[in-house]
Write a new protein. Structure first.
Length: 51
């Protein structure tokens, strides 16, 4: 059985977006995120996928 998933964007687009967010955080235009926030988001996303 094959399961096909579509991505909202390509991997390269995702990396570019992440780099832009990091630059904004370093310049103080966007609040910095902690590692614990990342883990909370990952946990929330995994729960959303199961629903």
């Amino acid at each position: 059985m094959t399961i096909e998933q579509t991505r909202p964007c390509t991997i390269s687009e995702s990396i570019i977006q992440s780099c832009k967010e990091m630059k904004s955080m370093r310049e103080g235009r966007m609040p910095k995120r902690s590692l614990s926030e990342l883990f909370e988001n990952i946990e929330r996303w995994s729960k959303e996928e199961k629903e």
